[in-house]
Design a protein around this ligand. Sequence first.
Ligand SMILES: NC(=O)c1ccc[n+]([C@@H]2O[C@H](COP(=O)([O-])OP(=O)(O)OC[C@H]3O[C@@H](n4cnc5c(N)ncnc54)[C@H](OP(=O)(O)O)[C@@H]3O)[C@@H](O)[C@H]2O)c1
Length: 386
Amino acid sequence: MRGVVILGATGSIGRSTLRVIGRHPHLFRAVALTARRDAAGLDALACELEPEFVVLAEEPDPSFRPRWRGEWRVGREALVVAASTPGGDVVVNGLVGVAGLEPTIAALEAGRRLALANKESLVAGGALVMEAVRRGGGELLPVDSEHGAVHQCLAGRPVEQVRRVVLTASGGPFRTLPAERFPEVGPTDALEHPTWDMGAKITVDSATLANKALEVIEAHHLFGLPYDRIEVVVHPESIVHSMVEFRDGSVLAQMGRPTMEVPILYALAYPDRPAEERPPFDPVAASPLTFERPRREDFPLLGIGVDAGREGGVVPAAFNAANEVAVAAFLEGTLAFPDIAEVVSVSLERLERTPLETLADVRRADREARHLASGEVERRAGSRSA
Ligand SMILES: NC(=O)c1ccc[n+]([C@@H]2O[C@H](COP(=O)([O-])OP(=O)(O)OC[C@H]3O[C@@H](n4cnc5c(N)ncnc54)[C@H](OP(=O)(O)O)[C@@H]3O)[C@@H](O)[C@H]2O)c1
């Protein structure tokens, strides 16, 4: 029986994890659950699952009265405590954004298995995260379906045998929309993902292809691959979750219907593969499987993000932070869809390039990029209303 800590239990990854755990009660038990501000949602989960404790990252509304009588902890530090709590054999990081970085490092330094959905951790602090794996002896298993696919195709083979990795992208809701129409696109359109049901931020990132840039950086750190050996292809059916081409010319792909529950179970149970009652995969029904090149000029965040990864230092952290600010402004209706990439690009141009050695370096770059991006969002909002 493995104790599981679920960071971001009220979110899309968190709830998918709870469904997986619910189907395997003899294998997994939720020991700690966290949320940011959905106190009522967390309360309901705690009543049902009776964890050892729950964490709310932000102070709840004073009128909130929990029904669950167990231990409530409040504040960002409590997330770090949850990530390294003794009963947590596996920590699922389903937080959104750079807020996931410190819990990621805490879990790995405490020697836990980390099932990582929060790709922003690796993007912002990749070198620090990989150093935490070495120092703490923890185990890092990807939950992102693409990286879960690569992990399965690699099956422990050394990276020297790999010619390249091909990450697949659904292409998002605007894959075929002419770029001239991007200014008309609003949050509701961007949140209608054709194949995956996910939280708001990643769904917008999928629509801009920023998500794929984040995943390229994530793959670089996770698998120790140089950037010129990581490619992206668009695969609208989201059946092939990624491929690995080996140096002998053999290509392995991992496939399956698009549900996060499969990569989550893989990361929780690895190397075991517990049985699931699913209808068998029907390749004929899934056909045809198609692949296209991404429209890089129309979706510039893919290139901007990969270039940020190649540049390294604090630039990927700044890319992530500026993107978080721009996506939040787009979701609030204060930034136009094509301006998400513009805000990120302008912020990175103005960023002071500094080395990344400590968490303080990441925090500094994150703050600076947020400041630059917020200024640019305000400037654009002002010129729209003028
Ligand atoms: N959803 C997917 O299918 C999917 C697939 C691959 C990778 N991912 C990655 O997984 C991560 C989670 O995505 P998601 O779609 O599950 O997001 P989501 O549905 O928005 O859920 C996020 C969860 O984290 C909590 N949270 C958000 N911001 C926080 C903060 N600053 N501090 C503490 N807690 C915070 C939320 O609490 P509240 O509910 O209280 O706000 C919620 O429990 C992201 O990094 C995403 O890129 C997701």
